[in-house]
Design a protein around this ligand. Sequence first.
Ligand code: F6R
Length: 249
Amino acid sequence: MAGNIKVVVCKSSDEVAQKAAGMFIEQVRNKPTSVLGFATGSTPEKTYAEIAKLSKAEKVSFAKTISFNLDEYWGLDGDHDQSYRFFMNDKLFKSIDIRPWNAHVLNGKAKFPEVECRAYEDQILSVGGVDLWVLGIGNNGHIAFNEPGSPVDSRTRLVSLTQSTIDANSDGRFFKDPAEVPRCALSTGIGTIRDARRLVLLATGAKKADAIAKAVDGAFTPDVPASLLQDHPDCTFILDADAASKLKK
Ligand code: F6R
């Protein structure tokens, strides 16, 4: 069952990025004080380049926006070149005029993870919730670092990574060796993500086809965390043809 998920299939990963960036630019143009949600990983990189380009070309300012990222590796501080704080500064924040103090990423070195996670949830609530959150998807169907089995009502917390995620993130794109990948992360929960008013999940490439087919056409189940978006009132999957190749016609 596809639930409410809207599926947009694009010819290329460039088109995925253009469509996704267009959604963010429109969101900020219509509501300059938008609360935005960001993801890391390879998939949204082109989208962030496109957002930076469009924000300059179309003079759409991010100065009044507030952002929250999905997750951060546990044990890495923001200066570590594999931390998600570093990634966001490098791929997006340095290229738009978002104020650094408004761009929130969980602190992977926080002394008390429970306090850090609770404060993050409170910060999201205190600014009225997230207007538009971009997500990627793991080969095993994870969203943020909510691995299979994560409850639908989970909130921001310290989680363990599965071997499949450790392997996927040490395939040469990020870490060189699985031994370097932190075993834990701070991650927003599925409940945290589902609270966003609008969600857009991006997926490109054949490796994602199984997870996408299960998320869209399969059962609503914690075994496939992305399937837990099926009853969200405003969730769009933007896919390239390879990622969409196993969807029911
Ligand atoms: C990262 C995140 C992860 C990734 C997923 C896909 O913030 O939330 O769920 O979106 O692991 O990663 P890529 O895009 O590298 O395939």
